[in-house]
Design a binder for this molecule. Structure first.
Ligand SMILES: [Zn+2]
Length: 306
């Protein structure tokens, strides 16, 4: 048995902990378990203190990948599960806000790439929550881990599978307690992409929140958005998604990657006491639609030469 005064000093403890983490990372790499899922993942997975966005809506993800908790007295909803290695952070963030992961009744997602859907299987196991997804995404989540027709098919890491997922209709509203959450199919980045809208209130002031899926035309080498055989509707799908962003009632825009909507700058403004609250911006959804449309236009232009 160790006595207290034989414990290593803090510096030695840090070196030892780092050494053990490296050994654990190497060991899990050999066994195929995700120590780190991608080159950008350690950056995306940097710890982030959770915070209240508005009313019953909280940010509980790591710094680079959004995960949203919506709370009610009758149970909670979680939107997106970030990376497999993000799960301990998401759980700790939920707890530090005074809520319990066991009270999460429903888990939904933006799109089933490993950086947003990778943590869902473990979060489902820890909470016992129902999982609901668009038909294309439900198939990926429960059966294949990665979808044919995904522009990133062949390069994207499959997601861990969940035992069961309910399939959604476009425009369907889900309820948990007094939470009413509506699914809007916003395909393009993947064929199953889904954005979410709901209202959160503080006193009598209720705001429209929009959680936008990724709108970026990112693909594996050789994939063409303009004429893909595996995903022939890619361009029309993107146009539908941009139309959603242009027309959705939108007081607070959140995005699956927080940087896509400048979340950290806006939060910094709020911390400095800027008024009105920089998180509330009625043009944010339309501006995102404009940026995303321009990105797609440039991508399609570049495909003409190939
Ligand atoms: Zn993605």
């Amino acid at each position: 048995m160790r006595k207290r005064n034989h414990l290593p000093n803090p510096a030695r403890a840090f070196v030892l902990a780092t050494f053990l983490l490296v050994i654990a990372a190497l060991a899990s790499g050999q066994s195929g378990a995700p120590a780190s899922s991608c080159a950008d993942c350690p950056e995306w997975n940097r710890p982030q203190q959770p915070f209240r966005i508005y009313g019953n809506s909280y940010y509980v993800g790591p710094h680079g990948l959004t995960s949203i908790l919506l709370t009610s007295k009758a149970g909670h909803v979680l939107i997106d599960g970030a990376l497999p290695e993000s799960v301990p952070q998401v759980v700790a963030n939920i707890r530090s806000l005074g809520f319990r992961v066991e009270d999460v009744k429903l888990i939904v997602n933006s799109h089933v790439h490993f950086d947003h859907g990778g943590g869902i299987a473990e979060l489902q196991r820890l909470s016992g929550a129902e999982v609901a997804a668009s038909p294309w995404s439900a198939e990926v989540l429960t059966k294949t881990g990665v979808g044919k027709g995904d522009p990133q098919f062949g390069v994207v890491t499959p997601v861990a599978l969940v035992p069961r997922a309910n399939t959604l209709r476009d425009g369907q509203t889900l309820r948990v307690g007094d939470i009413k959450l509506t699914a809007h199919f916003t395909p393009g980045h993947t064929p199953g992409g889904t954005s979410w809208t709901w209202k959160s209130c503080e006193g009598r002031r209720c705001l429209n929140l929009v959680y936008s899926d990724s709108m970026t035309p990112v693909s594996a080498e050789g994939f063409r958005f303009s004429d893909s055989r595996e995903y022939p509707n890619a361009v029309q799908d993107f146009e539908k998604s941009f139309a959603f962003l242009r027309t959705a009632p939108c007081d607070i825009l959140l995005t699956s990657h927080p940087d896509a909507s400048g979340l950290w700058q806006r939060l910094e403004g709020r911390r400095r006491g800027v008024r009105p609250d920089p998180l509330v911006s009625r043009n944010a959804c339309r501006e995102l639609a404009g940026r995303a449309g321009e990105q797609l236009r440039r991508r399609l232009e570049s495909e003409k030469g190939r």
